[in-house]
Write a protein that binds this ligand. Structure first.
Ligand code: DP6
Length: 333
């Protein structure tokens, strides 16, 4: 059978998914919102091998060399493929290759991009037409909830209906609706000590978690409305509040989890200062110390100029809102 290839993006959460209502099925406690990125993407190629052989799982290096996947990548892909096989009743051995357009293992969520790419490639390989809603549910089977949002471009809510926690993600505005940029300040390239999965598990041990869940529906509406109205000031206020709260829950979990580093705080402070000076900029962090600096196209150059000399930033990744996954006509092998 001919190989099938796709490209699928990462996303940055504006309202965070933190804590699960069902750890087996990877169901959240609350609806989350994200902006799909365009430059940080995973590529995935799948083809069937002849019966009786074993799966081959490959990683394409930055130099373009195909090498066997390392143990942790292999484990993640094998688990997800096991779920997809059951779903599609497709048991033939596979050759799967994957690669990322962005530095991997530096704390920029690669799982959302990687698992949404794998779900989409697998579905296409099984002759299923690409459908973001369906792929969203398949991407979640990987155990990475944020992957459920990467199957759409633009601005996305998961679950689309906040009352149906087992439901798929839904796009609520396309990428061209608002050309927001994400300047990602990488402050630490080491693997985080506490995974998102462990963080989800610990969330409920924070005394403040029930309050967070009470506050979220209103904040979700605020962020949605701010995006639909292209109201940057309203967006900035809610997005920063949300990011700080996620980390407050982590820091007050038992045992506490500290993802921030001194440079994280220095960037946050400078971003708030710049906003006070009239620039359209705000910051958010996922479960790690790296900072996503969100800004409008109009103020992007000024924002970068003001931040680029801050000490402690290892590298920058320049991204912006993107159109979501697509099928490719070239392959990784
Ligand atoms: C803080 O369980 O989706 O980024 O699979 O490790 O990427 P990974 O994480 P996942 O949890 C994401 C947690 C978050 C917030 C978010 O993306 O909504």
């Amino acid at each position: 059978m001919n190989p099938v290839s796709v490209s699928s993006p990462s996303n940055i959460a504006l309202i965070k998914y933190w804590g699960m209502s069902d750890e087996q099925r990877t169901l959240p406690n609350n609806a989350s919102l994200s902006m799909t990125l365009s430059q940080c993407v995973s590529l995935c190629t799948i083809e069937s091998l002849s019966a009786g052989t074993t799966d081959e799982i490959l990683w394409r290096t930055r130099e373009g060399k195909l090498v066997p996947a390392n143990a942790s990548l292999r484990f993640g892909i094998e688990y997800h493929v096991g779920q997809l096989r059951q779903h599609f009743d497709h048991w033939q051995p596979l050759r799967i290759a994957t690669s990322n357009s962005f530095p991997t293992g530096v704390g920029i969520a690669s799982s959302a991009a990687g698992f949404s790419a794998l779900a989409m490639a697998f579905a296409l390989h099984c002759d299923q037409a690409f459908d973001g809603t369906r792929i969203s549910e398949l991407a979640r089977l990987s155990g990475s909830g944020s992957a459920a949002r990467s199957t759409f471009g633009g601005f996305v809510q998961w679950p689309g209906d906040a009352r149906q926690l087992a439901g798929p993600a839904q796009q609520f505005a396309p990428a061209h609706h608002w050309s927001l940029h994400d300047l990602i300040a990488v402050v630490d390239t080491r693997h985080k000590k506490v995974s998102s999965r462990q963080g989800h598990h610990l969330a409920a041990s924070s005394a403040f978690y029930p309050t967070r869940l009470d506050l979220l529906p209103q904040r979700l509406n605020t962020v949605r409305r701010a995006i639909l109205n292209r109201d940057f000031n309203a967006l900035a206020d809610a997005v920063e509040r949300e990011a700080i709260e996620l980390h407050m829950i982590a820091m007050t979990s038992q045992p506490p989890v500290f993802y921030w580093q001194p440079t994280t705080l220095a960037i946050l402070e400078r971003v708030r200062q710049l906003r006070g000076e009239g620039l359209q900029v705000c910051a958010t962090m996922d479960a790690g110390p790296n900072v996503h600096v969100l800004c409008t196209e109009q103020h992007r150059s000024l924002v970068f100029a003001a931040l680029s000399n801050l000490p402690g930033i290892v590298r920058w990744i320049f991204d912006q809102v993107g159109d979501g996954p697509r099928q490719l006509d070239h392959h990784l092998f």
